[in-house]
Design a protein around this ligand. Structure first.
Ligand SMILES: [Zn+2]
Length: 192
């Protein structure tokens, strides 16, 4: 392993600690096994993330997703490591922090959060606490708009619309139209 200079990368010490925790709690070994099974091309970031590109298995359908400290993408790793995708990589990096805290419990907790979000908003991401904490815009998710029954239970904030929007997210599900009113820096458009 190469020498690690913490001054070269602000926040890298904390991220390195998170990465170590994901090794210890078993989620990064699972991510790496998946990356190998899917015959991805792998690159390591200075703070210990592994970006695994060329993922081709049918599920999940997102352009990007994270397992432990492994970020898997259907694109080449260089695509995600490009400075233009810094926001999206930062979003995935925050998921690594969630894996560091929860370990394998992340998976059932995440799916419960998806179900909750779907019930409230019609999309699995916008009302999902894990996606919200990782940054909705950076992950390519729209701000949540409540379903009519949920909106009826809780008065909407001034200016908040109630029209439904697609789930989108994680640099776009294939073929899903994004809101044209939003400009994204995370490569959402390029991902289609
Ligand atoms: Zn996410």
């Amino acid at each position: 392993m190469a020498a690690f200079d913490p001054t070269a990368h602000p926040g890298a010490v904390r991220q390195r600690t998170r990465t170590t925790l994901t090794w210890l709690n078993g989620t990064t070994p699972v991510g790496l096994a998946l990356a190998v099974l899917a015959r991805t091309t792998r690159r390591r970031t200075p703070d210990g993330l592994v970006v695994a590109g060329g993922y081709r298995l049918p599920v999940p359908r997102q352009a990007c997703f994270t397992v432990g400290a492994v970020v898997l993408t259907r694109r080449p790793p260089e695509w995600l490591l490009h400075p233009d995708r810094a926001d999206l990589l930062g979003h995935e990096r925050r998921h690594t922090g969630q894996y560091a805290l929860l370990g394998p419990l992340f998976w059932p907790a995440y799916w419960l959060a998806c179900a909750w979000s779907y019930a409230l908003t019609g999309g699995y991401g916008p009302g999902n606490v894990f996606e919200r904490r990782a940054g909705l815009a950076a992950g390519g998710y729209p701000e949540p708009t409540l379903r009519p029954w949920a909106a009826a239970l809780r008065p909407a904030a001034p200016g908040q619309g109630t029209a439904g929007r697609g789930p989108g997210g994680e640099a776009a599900l294939r073929g899903r139209a994004a809101s044209s009113s939003r400009r994204r820096r995370d490569g959402t458009r390029a991902a289609r």
